[in-house]
Design a binder for this molecule. Structure first.
Ligand SMILES: Nc1ncnc2c1ncn2[C@@H]1O[C@H](COP(=O)(O)OP(=O)(O)OP(=O)(O)O)[C@@H](O)[C@H]1O
Ligand SMILES: [Mg+2]
Length: 232
């Protein structure tokens, strides 16, 4: 996917301001930046959820799926896990095939088949986030956008969800835009990283380049906010 000069305006204010960014097929790009820098707005524009100017090429917008920070609000509380996931499969699938596919997706995100009959309230935060990922994968996306998907989770399950994302990348060869304010988390999942500030892209490169030798003072200040041990 190639994003060129993407701009999202809210009134007189550019929440995303002429951003250009490549996400090559099969690659994972991390997007970092302080709160309010426009990361989620950029994601929503790519998914076609908010109007934008500029161009996005090399991707079929119907093949973009998003996973959000809070799985509790993105899953319908009155729908069983199985139904929620099946919704993503599209209409033309027989009942038994659907059940098989739902079980395959649950297995892919390391949940037991029996989870299909549960409701979101019966699951832990980490399990709910796995369901949200399975639901996104059901649509066979070409690009998965993960927007702060571990921020709402207890530290004890964050690692498991991140490992899942890493495994899925290798297994499915997914392209991914991985958003987080946490550089340590981004570094764990992606090879390249782009840094946003006030709607603009201020720096992009391989994780080693950006974390190892940040060019922009803003990136340096972000790095300083990360505990020492991860960038030693
Ligand atoms: N629907 C909206 N209407 C008006 N302004 C908005 C709207 N959504 C976001 N904004 C503004 O756009 C800017 C970027 O918001 P955005 O949610 O993209 O930031 P973010 O980088 O995702 O922040 P965070 O790390 O806190 O999630 C902010 O100043 C925000 O107040
Ligand atoms: Mg956000």
């Amino acid at each position: 996917m190639k994003i060129r000069e993407l701009t999202v305006r809210y009134g007189k204010f550019n929440a995303v301001d002429h951003v250009s960014l490549n996400v090559p097929p099969g690659s994972a790009v991390g997007l970092v930046g302080e709160s309010g820098s426009g990361k989620s707005t950029l994601a929503r524009a790519v998914a076609g959820l908010v109007p934008s100017r500029g161009t996005i090429t090399g991707i079929d917008r119907s093949k973009v799926q998003m996973v959000f920070q809070d799985p509790y609000s993105s899953l319908n509380p009155r729908m069983s896990v199985g139904l929620s996931i099946a919704e993503g499969l599209g209409p033309r699938m027989r009942r038994t095939a659907r059940r098989t596919e739902v079980e395959r997706l649950l297995d892919l995100v390391a949940l037991p088949a029996a989870a299909a009959d549960k409701y979101p309230r019966e699951l832990s935060g980490g399990q709910r986030q796995r369901v949200a990922v399975a639901r996104a994968l059901a649509a066979q996306p070409d690009l998965l956008i993960a927007d702060e998907i571990t921020s709402a989770l207890d530290v004890s399950v964050q690692g498991a969800v991140l490992n899942l994302i890493r495994e899925l990348r290798t297994e499915l060869g997914l392209s991914m835009l991985f958003i987080s304010h946490n550089l340590a988390v981004v570094r764990y999942v992606t090879d390249t990283v782009a840094v946003m500030r006030a709607g603009r892209l201020v720096e992009a490169g391989t994780v080693d380049e950006v974390i190892g030798a940040p060019q922009h003072p803003y990136t340096r200040s972000l790095l300083d906010a990360v505990p020492r041990l991860i960038h030693s």
